[in-house]
Design a protein around this ligand. Structure first.
Ligand code: 5SP
Ligand code: CO
Length: 232
């Protein structure tokens, strides 16, 4: 499969030692992370609570890394301005969380952030088709949202392959259970934005894990590196 998206690896801060979030963020950026994935959970859309805009704002003081905010919340419309003010770069909402995706996409754009749309494992991939041209990224969840450290659902790969075939230059993110043993399946299906929590933060050498996954996407996905794309 040949597509033209740059491979990016985004560690999920949920798996970090939250007592020293800043140091953990700086550690993975130094280890080669392309962006940071920040899981916002409200205890209602998902059965877990993490953090909201205040924590993101605190972290923003210490890094200019790209913040990909994965909004696992019931009323995403309520948080667009706060996430923007906190320093969010991308607001990824769940398709299942809103009755008016177009309006939300417009609201996120008006606030000045990039837009991602996410689907849970039980949601059909066709559901995102009306919005692909309006967003910057589609996130195909490879676990049930709510917790880090779960097992990768390989049966989500047909969704990724379906999107990649239709949209060769779309940024497709996968999230949940990604690591050295599962990256190949995701890469072959065509994912180019890889969220990885436990596999990066529990590793003795996070840089090695990030590099391994990057190579896998570049080899198996035939994706282009950011440098290659700049040279085009
Ligand atoms: O959105 C979520 C979970 O809901 C993810 O971002 C996880 O935090 C990824 O963690 P690992 O599965 O890589 O440990
Ligand atoms: Co996430």
């Amino acid at each position: 499969m040949c597509h033209s998206c740059a491979c990016q690896i985004g560690p999920s801060m949920l798996a970090s030692d939250l007592s020293c979030l800043k140091d953990e963020a700086l550690k993975v950026v130094a280890a080669g992370a392309d962006y940071l994935h920040l899981d916002v959970m409200d205890g209602h859309f998902v059965p877990n609570i993490t953090w909201g805009a205040p924590v993101i704002k605190s972290l923003r003081k210490h890094t200019d890394a790209f913040f990909d905010c994965h909004m696992m919340v019931s009323e995403p419309e309520k948080w667009v301005d706060d996430i923007k003010d906190a320093g969010g770069d991308q607001f990824t909402f769940h398709l299942e969380s809103t009755s008016n995706p177009e309006a939300l996409i417009e609201q996120i754009r008006a606030a000045g952030m990039k837009v991602g749309v996410a689907i849970k494992p039980g949601t059909a991939v066709e559901g995102v088709l009306p919005y692909v041209s309006l967003v910057d990224m589609v996130l195909v969840m490879t676990v049930e949202p709510g917790f880090g450290g779960q097992s990768f659902m390989a049966d989500m790969m047909p969704k990724v392959a379906f999107l990649r075939e239709k949209f060769p230059s779309l940024d497709i993110e996968v999230d949940g259970g990604l690591g050295p043993s599962t990256i190949e399946a995701a890469a072959k299906a065509g994912a180019n934005m890889i969220v990885a929590g436990s596999s990066v933060f529990k590793a003795s050498d996070p840089a090695e894990v990030i590099l391994f996954m990057r190579h896998s996407v570049e080899i198996h996905g035939n994706g282009k590196t950011t440098e290659e794309l700049t040279r085009l």
